[in-house]
Design a protein. Structure first.
Length: 286
């Protein structure tokens, strides 16, 4: 009985002890309100309405499977050109649903990426109910209206509160530490290719602590095999290329560099008369 009361109180934080008594009666269990209150007090659970105040963390836990978080981060190329990366990550599954990059994140580009994301989600399964992003001016009203038209509620984080969008911030740190900080980016096409490979690894192979050290896609794909290490390979090392030997054509002394081949031994006189014959240094000195 005690475990049942505590379970109802923890899974329904807005219920008071009187409400719990009523729910237990529906199950055919008759208890007094004083008993329920004493059980909650001994477990350190305060009665409602103090438990009714839902925190941001509990909100994310309850609706994580229907929440998307998005953000923008920048990547500077070796030519001192700045690129912007827009990405969307699912809070419940930790899966990166969509990512795109550009040098000019204007309103037209942002709204087009929103349409692309919604089309991709239509093919995968249920639509999200909430979208979290900060108050950056790049997230315009036109951008939000695309999601509102599909029934997605926009949640704007407070000003200068990166912890409110911690899942997106965490992914930015991961992609920088594990990928982008180790490479030199020359342009947008290279950045798109690098992000595509990293996101596939992130979704299919990288373990996550929040998912019991399992990847978001539960290992549905495989990474390409790593290149063999020549220092620790069991195969014998490849032999270096053979040095070329000079070929002297006729008496005009035209020299070409070719690879040595097997040939029949000829006398010096026969080889001087044959323009395609190969002469040794001793024949020339003689």
């Amino acid at each position: 009985m005690r475990e049942l009361i505590l379970r109802l109180a923890r899974e329904n934080s807005h219920w008071g002890y009187v409400r719990i008594v009523g729910e237990l009666r529906k199950l055919g269990v008759t208890v007094s309100a004083t008993l329920v209150r004493n059980v909650l007090a001994r477990a350190g659970i305060p009665p409602a309405p103090k438990r009714a105040a839902s925190s941001w963390r509990s909100f994310l836990r309850q609706h994580g499977n229907t929440i998307l978080a998005c953000d923008l981060f920048t990547v500077d190329t070796v030519w001192l050109r700045r690129l912007y990366v827009l990405f969307f990550v699912s809070i419940g599954t930790r899966r990166v649903e969509y990512a795109a990059c550009t040098s000019k994140p204007d309103t037209a580009w942002m709204t087009q990426q929103a349409r692309n994301l919604l089309m991709d989600l239509d093919d995968r399964g249920p639509q999200p109910r909430f979208l979290i992003h900060d108050r950056d001016t790049k997230f315009s009203r036109a951008f939000d209206s695309i999601f509102r038209s599909e029934g997605v509620e926009i949640v704007r984080t407070p000003i200068r509160a990166p912890n409110a969008n911690a899942h997106a911030e965490r992914w930015v740190g991961s992609v920088r530490r594990e990928c982008l900080d180790r490479l030199l980016i020359f342009g947008r096409h290279q950045l798109e290719h690098v992000l595509r490979i990293y996101i596939r690894h992130f979704n299919q192979q990288r373990p996550h602590r929040a998912l019991d050290l399992r990847p978001p896609d539960r290992g549905s794909g495989t990474d390409p095999p790593p290149p063999s290490d020549p220092l620790h390979s069991s195969r014998p090392a490849a032999r270096p290329p053979r040095r070329t030997a000079p070929r002297i054509r006729g008496r005009g002394m035209t020299i070409e560099f070719v690879r040595p081949t097997c040939m029949t031994r000829l006398s010096a006189a026969e080889r001087l008369g044959n323009p395609d014959a190969v002469l040794s240094r001793s024949d020339l000195d003689g």
